[in-house]
Design a protein around this ligand. Structure first.
Ligand code: ADP
Length: 361
């Protein structure tokens, strides 16, 4: 039928157009899935009845949901916590809402925004972020600030008290050196503390730490032990250096700081008649320095914590240190790419092993 030809060609062209549109839609849908599936953030769209319209698999992981929801299931099947519900309710009432959800050590941030269509709330978009690390960092920073204030206040209070006694003329002339000595000791402690805080913040920032050079661990250990000889003598601790040259790439100041802190502790937490043995060697894993002491040791439950800022096993045993030495060791080692190991037997002694990457690796 001749007269049907225009109709058929119209139909054919419409069909082609529909196919093109379908292909286009499919491509866009694939793009959308590819993007949302590759997001580490959870992405979830719901309608105004809280039914899930679309979500990516990160949502399930971040909301600790076991099974994917059936189509049209309420979003509350994924998570029923009050904070989550509040966020959904707020968004569906037309208000953007942010909430933190905490579970065990994990922390999630939920951001819910309303979706409007023709002036009506049609649903909501939820974005879920894993902010565990960020929250942890912030908690550590808050704790650090509180600890710093406390640690600074203690020597300052002592200095102030002693200065007041001296000022009021309550001290006999022969006792003045004792009180002045107090001020001197506490001031030195303050300076040590401030210096350690500066070192740690430089390590945190990763700037202003100095040039990378080739450093001989053996030479570094020899210099440190020489510097600590008076302290060792006071403590009646003998020190021994064994092994030989072991070259590493590093910032000399940081290497020295690490070796110094380890040897200083090995002497300070020792017992009269005890010893400290420093061994420098090249191993299959890389250049290594081992600082072993015959001191008081570290209780098993404290071994994981001694690297924390301001952590001290026993404040009364602390050698007037700042509690920052091992944090500097830990962060310094991380900066240089070195591994730190601790083995300790309470009552018998501790061994700190530091293994550096081989030069060129
Ligand atoms: P501090 O300034 O108190 O020495 P550190 O960060 O260097 O701070 O050490 C933290 C704590 O770890 C110390 O207070 C001490 O209790 C413990 N510690 C460190 N090194 C040793 C060691 N070699 N033997 C026993 N305990 C140690």
């Amino acid at each position: 039928y001749e007269e049907l030809t225009p109709l058929l060609s119209k139909l054919r062209s419409q069909q082609r157009q529909i196919q093109r549109q379908m292909r286009d839609l499919k491509r866009r849908q694939e793009e959308f899935v590819a993007i949302t599936e590759n997001m580490s953030e959870g992405f979830l769209v719901i309608d105004q009845e809280t039914r899930v319209l679309t979500y990516n698999s990160a949502v399930l992981r971040l909301l600790y949901a076991q099974t994917p929801t059936e189509e049209g299931e309420s979003v509350y099947a994924l998570n029923r916590e009050a904070g989550f519900r509040h966020c959904v309710e707020e968004a569906l009432a037309g208000r953007r809402c942010e909430q933190l959800l905490e579970k065990d050590d994990d922390c999630r941030q939920i951001i819910a925004s309303p979706v409007e269509q023709d002036g009506q709330i049609a649903g909501a978009v939820l974005v879920i972020l894993d902010v565990t690390e960020k929250e942890q960092r912030e908690r550590l920073r808050r704790e650090f600030t509180a600890n710093v204030s406390h640690e600074l206040k203690t020597p300052l209070t002592s200095i102030l008290g002693t200065a007041e006694i001296l000022q009021n003329g309550l001290v006999k002339p022969e006792d003045i050196p004792h009180f002045a000595g107090n001020i001197h000791r506490e001031t030195e402690r303050l300076i040590g503390l401030v210096n350690d805080i500066i070192k740690l913040s430089r390590l945190d920032e990763g700037g202003g730490l100095g040039q990378w050079e080739t450093v001989d661990l053996y030479e570094e250990a020899r210099a440190v032990l020489e510097q600590l000889a008076p302290a060792a003598q006071r403590k009646q601790v003998t020190t021994r250096l064994q092994g030989g040259e072991a070259l590493v790439r590093g910032v000399p100041q940081i290497v020295e700081e690490i070796v110094y802190n380890l040897c200083d502790n090995a002497i300070a937490y020792n017992r009269p008649g005890g010893s400290v043995t420093v061994t420098v060697e090249n191993t299959a894993f890389g250049p290594r320095i081992t600082v072993a002491d015959t001191g008081i040791g570290i209780p098993r439950e404290a071994q994981g914590r001694v690297f924390e800022r301001f952590y001290r096993v026993d404040k009364s045993h602390s050698s007037g240190g700042t509690g920052l030495g091992l944090s500097i060791v830990k962060h310094g080692a991380a900066y240089l790419g070195a591994q730190v190991e601790l083995h300790s037997e309470p009552g018998h002694g501790s061994t700190f092993i530091l293994t550096f990457p081989k030069i060129g690796e």
